[in-house]
Write a protein that binds this ligand. Sequence first.
Ligand code: DAH
Length: 360
Amino acid sequence: MSPRFSLRARHRFATVSAIHMTELEQQLQSVRNEAEAAIAACVDLQSLTRLKAKYIGRQGAVTAALEKLGKLPKEDKPRIGKLANEVKNALTTAFTARQDELEAKAAVTGPTLDLTLPGRCHHIGHLHPLTQVFERTVAIFRRMGFAVEDGPEIETEWHCFDALNTPADHPARDIQDTLYVDLPPHEKYGRYVMRTHTSPVQVRTMLKQKPPIRVVVPGRVFRRDNPDATHSSTFHQIEGLYVDKNVTVADLKGTVEFFFKQLLSPDTKVRFRPHFFPYTEPSFEIDLSSPHLVSRGKEWLEVAGCGMVDPNVFKAVGYPDDEYTGWAFGFGIERIAMVMWSINDIRLFTENDVRFLEQF
Ligand code: DAH
């Protein structure tokens, strides 16, 4: 390089450097002014964080300026480098101070209230569908003069079977069907079982009171069943018992028919089909037919058992021979609920899935 060229070249570079230097210095100065104004105007911590990133973050304006330092001529580097660091430090201090101020203010005023947020929806609970069927059933029978009775879920074999004319070799008493409770047997009434039906409460009621008796017994029962769409090891029944002088099958049919028409709809048809239960003679199964059922492709659906109280049951509770007659029934609550709402799986009642429960 000739000295002439060198001189000119240096002059040229010096001029360019001078312009760069001024630009960068000016740029730093204006970034500082702008940032300080923005910090002072900032009123919440979230925007402050954004500002911090914009100015002194890794991709911020000051960092960008610092990166340009490398390209400056040697003699300018220290001066501008110093300025850049001053700006960075000043802004860091300003951010920290403002952050402290805003945090202190937030601590006093608490979180700001956002009036534009949509309100929270409070879900209103309601009774379980089975409870609704119980309550409606009990209400209808109360209107007909029935009282509500209750009995233990852990029963004795005598109340659950013997007193109900169900002999020791009856298949219902089999270990396959009944859950026996691991307790020392009752000295008079035998082993303890989880009651397989609400019928033992008939026995308990008759033991403690004389006819006329008109009771319904809502309750939970237990069987040794494998759960599937129509079986559950625990389900619910409502038992009915009417004992007086001259009670007839006509009373039974009239009462049951009235009940189902009230519960479901006046166009519900009720059919009595001869059947066998040890504690009633004659015995029937009750089938229902209503518009809901037809739409599910089946005309008649069995929902209950009933019959005229067997004289052996009266004998077991110590009633005099031939003085009284009576009828009894046992309705399956899940069965009725399934008919009412076209539900096809009994397990839904105990799974507690809100998507199912909120439909009722
Ligand atoms: N206990 C019977 C059952 O669990 C239902 C039943 C049938 C009850 C006839 C009665 C009755 O009172 O008379 O399947």
